[in-house]
Design a protein around this ligand. Structure first.
Ligand SMILES: NC(=O)c1ccc[n+]([C@@H]2O[C@H](COP(=O)([O-])OP(=O)(O)OC[C@H]3O[C@@H](n4cnc5c(N)ncnc54)[C@H](OP(=O)(O)O)[C@@H]3O)[C@@H](O)[C@H]2O)c1
Length: 338
């Protein structure tokens, strides 16, 4: 996958006097989260502004006047050379303007943060582009002093995993932006484990379509509330037509929540518990529904008393939270991990 990542002002400014004209914590965090473990390509001036290689990333500087080299640091003469150097990796083009200009015709995805400010006397701009060539999704709006909104532009007609139902925007968004993206936030780990357990015998698309309803029904997956659910709440859930009304699954979801909480207490967090199996590594494999990793976690969770956590469900869970990376070879998100 080739992506570009940029933050631009309302009047399209991305730089002023050799610097980014704002400092927004949430924006830096998103940049770090999206690019960690990936290749970041940047122009010489952008690199000089940072002043050092970005940690935990492969840094590629485009320059014909200077030569930077070192651990995870390369210099190339053009964008094409950068892409050829790492053909199997996810590449993030991080600016400045000429690289963005060149990248517009080839990127699969653009992560554009719209910064809610007008910058006077900006001297570097994000180029105009044909928005009709992309599908755009609007993400969160945040920020204290300066507000910003995340947007993701995905090129139309991209090849995706065969299972992805292109006529369901919710599913396409899940495929493009969530599935296989590492996310070890405790609340997310919990929500996904419960949702996956409802999948047994059904499709993930069916569960995903009901995700908002599940969030409403399960107190927004506030685990401290769910562990207190008793018989009357179970009956309430059984009569809620917007979710999957299967008594065994509903009862299991409450029991599993209590066990999830016990595990989190025992290990410090559920994420730490999972890492005792995964050792913090990402597994790259396609075309499977179980593995020795999902077997081991499934056996342990069942030993602890959970239900609806068979190896297939756990495999699917591990894909959802980004431990197993499985985008098809023909998908624009494919990576072989080499
Ligand atoms: N808001 C944002 O998201 C964002 C992101 C990145 C940068 N910025 C800002 O943008 C400004 C820097 O951008 P910039 O456009 O002025 O400079 P830049 O692209 O970072 O660096 C320009 C230099 O990089 C090399 N270069 C860039 N594109 C090239 C290409 N396609 N082929 C060959 N060489 C290429 C050339 O180096 P040589 O002269 O050495 O050959 C060129 O002089 C700064 O103000 C920075 O803070 C903002």
């Amino acid at each position: 996958m080739t992506a570009l990542i940029v933050a631009r002002s309302k009047n399209n400014v991305i730089g002023k006097n050799g610097r980014i004209p704002w400092r927004i914590k949430g924006e830096l965090k998103q940049f770090r989260e999206l690019t960690t473990g990936r290749v970041v390509v940047m122009g010489r001036r952008s690199y000089e502004e940072i002043g050092h290689p970005l940690p935990n990333r492969i840094n590629v500087v485009v320059s014909n006047t200077k030569k930077y080299s070192g651990d995870d640091l390369y210099t190339v003469g053009s964008l094409r050379e950068a892409l050829e150097l790492f053909p199997a990796e996810d590449i993030f083009i991080g600016g400045g303007s000429r690289l963005f200009e060149e990248a517009l015709s080839i990127v699969d995805v653009m992560y554009i943060t719209e910064v809610d400010t007008v910058v006077d006397d900006g001297d570097v701009f994000f180029p105009e582009f044909d928005a009709d060539a992309f599908n755009m999704t609007v993400g969160e709006t945040a920020g204290e002093e300066i507000r910003y909104t995340r947007t993701v532009y995905t090129r139309k007609n991209l090849s995706r995993c065969a299972w992805c139902n292109l006529s369901n925007p919710l599913y396409v968004d899940y495929h493009d932006n969530e599935w296989c993206v590492p996310n070890f936030d405790e609340r997310y780990l919990y929500e996904m484990l419960i949702l996956e357990s409802f999948q047994a015998g059904l499709s993930w698309e069916c569960v995903l379509n009901k995700r908002e309803a599940f969030r409403r029904a399960y107190d927004d997956f506030d685990i401290d509330k769910v562990v207190t659910y008793g018989e009357s709440k179970t009956e309430q859930l059984m009569s809620d037509k917007s979710i999957i009304r299967n008594r065994r699954k509903i009862e299991a979801s409450i029991k599993n929540s209590r066990i999830f909480k016990d595990i989190a207490q025992e290990f410090g967090s559920f994420g730490t518990y999972l890492q005792t199996f995964t050792k913090g590594e990402t597994v790259y494999e396609t075309g499977r529904t179980t593995s020795s990793l999902s077997d081991a976690i499934s056996i342990d969770l069942r030993r602890r008393g959970m239900s609806f956590v068979g190896s297939t469900i756990i495999y699917s869970y591990l894909q959802a939270i980004g431990v197993i990376y499985s985008h098809d070879e023909t998908c624009f998100k494919h990576r072989d991990g080499k």
